[in-house]
Design a protein around this ligand. Sequence first.
Ligand code: 5GP
Length: 206
Amino acid sequence: MTEPHSSEAGARRSRLVVLAGPTAVGKGTVAAAVRETHPEVWISVSATTRRPRPGEENGVHYWFVSEAEFDRMVAEDELLEWAVVHKAARYGTPRRPVEAALAAGRPAMLEIDLQGARQVRGTMPEALFVFLKPPSWEELVRRLVGRGTETEEERTRRLVTAREELAAEPEFDVTIVNHEVHAAAEQLVTLMTVGEERPSLRPDQP
Ligand code: 5GP
């Protein structure tokens, strides 16, 4: 269920949604579900210095760039925001495609980490900031372990980060609890595609 943090959130008109949340909450999976079922939604492709994982394609999942190329993008102010994520690699949002999508009137979405969301809050405060939350801490741990792509040391580091990231929820306009990926994706699209009127959002509990 979506939970508005203020009545103001329901009145915002921006077509740009910034989706953030703790590590392993399923932001990428929810974004992929939106991409699959709602081609009308434009989803930003980030640049990153990390290596592609098996099955990841350049220009689809990320723009995989060298450290030097990332330096150039930063120097030439080509990124709307960027951050070092998990102390491992740099990730950033190319600015121009976002501006073009918004100028074309398309609902647009960024799926980025918390540090990046805070930067966008500074430069594009009219965006709608959505926090994706796990149903429980235990579920988040289960998802992180279940993914099986990180080493033990890396998992521990990510769990420490996740605890800090969960505490950021009040900074966001709306929370979506990721009980089930397609339901979360639909809630997100509803927030994005409503034109003049946003739906009246009600919290799970009074
Ligand atoms: P992964 O390496 O697992 O694909 O992503 C790691 C983290 O990087 C995720 O939390 C994701 O939200 C974040 N991320 C992906 N793209 C960007 C970006 O453009 N900017 C920022 N700040 N974070 C990003």
